[in-house]
Design a protein around this ligand. Sequence first.
Ligand code: IPM
Ligand code: MG
Length: 365
Amino acid sequence: MGIKKNILVIPGDGIGPEVTTWGKAILEQIAADFGHDFTFDEALMGHAAIEATGNPLPDETLEKAKKSDAILFGAVGHAMYDNDPSLKIRPEQGLLKIRKELGLYANLRPILLFDELLNASSIKPSILKGTDILFFRELTGDVYFGEKVRSEDRNTASDLMIYHRYEVERIAHKAFEAAMQRGKKLCSVDKANVLESSRLWRETVQAIAKEYPEVTTEHMFIDNAAMQLIKDPKRFDVVLTANLFGDILTDEASQIAGSMGMLASASIGDGTGFFEPIHGSAHDITGKDLANPLASILSVALMLEIGFGLKEEAKVIITAVDKALKEGFRTNDIADETTNPYKVLGTKEMGKLLLKYIAQTTYTN
Ligand code: IPM
Ligand code: MG
């Protein structure tokens, strides 16, 4: 039985539109193959929205977002803001506001390692092989949303690192539930040796751990976790952490998968789910047909599985990505000296190849 869903596409800035086009095309292909009825709408966010309306998250975008069943997002950001901290209106504000407004408190970032890409990482294949980590990054608290202050003389500034117990509890439950479905191991990362907010975090996670006796829980300081992640990534199963630590740790973890261009994420919470690649707007390669569309395509797989409960459809996408890699096809970011130069594809060619493979997988199953 086909399902009916209304999907909002927010391409955003930089390579966002280039990669999101392919995420959307894959959704259309899946809908056609499996008899689903997906309807699409589009909205502005980030620099694109500032240019058009003066606001990084226009009201119209927020209204459309609240009404949709899922959101496929590209990236926000523009080079002009990076070296000018004095600019008051910034593209990233749109992303932070939509996370808060939609109550997207849990950001899931799976480190999915394709065997073919073991050599694309700067870490030794023997260390990487078999790694399978699922990050739960808290997304609507921490220094990201605490009070920001700048003194009158402009010489002093602070960002408040703040957590409420309920914020830790709700994401901890989600992470423990996921651990129960996976390897039954959970590592909670904090800085409880220094930070009061981390002591609240640890105490709360310890209490919730008692409700999941089958899960082996450990607590690790962020500095140690950053080191363990590249020393022995296989030791991790589910990693639960706060907003800022999760932001940093997942960029580091992306190198395990070979490239940021491969990592997808799902933000979930009270309502509509939000699905996006973890890479940013990448102005340096914008418009050059060099961006890797696989993170957007894998974000669509997360939308289907986590957002709509369509496991089979998600699997078809992952199988198609696996096939493209097994056949030796690469985008620039995941190519290495062993790659056949004729198999290094641009964004569009990689997108088209995936569409073809998805159609094939569906009809041969
Ligand atoms: C991410 C990004 C964002 C974040 C930026 C663009 C605000 O780095 O989603 O990881 O820090 O959360
Ligand atoms: Mg980040």
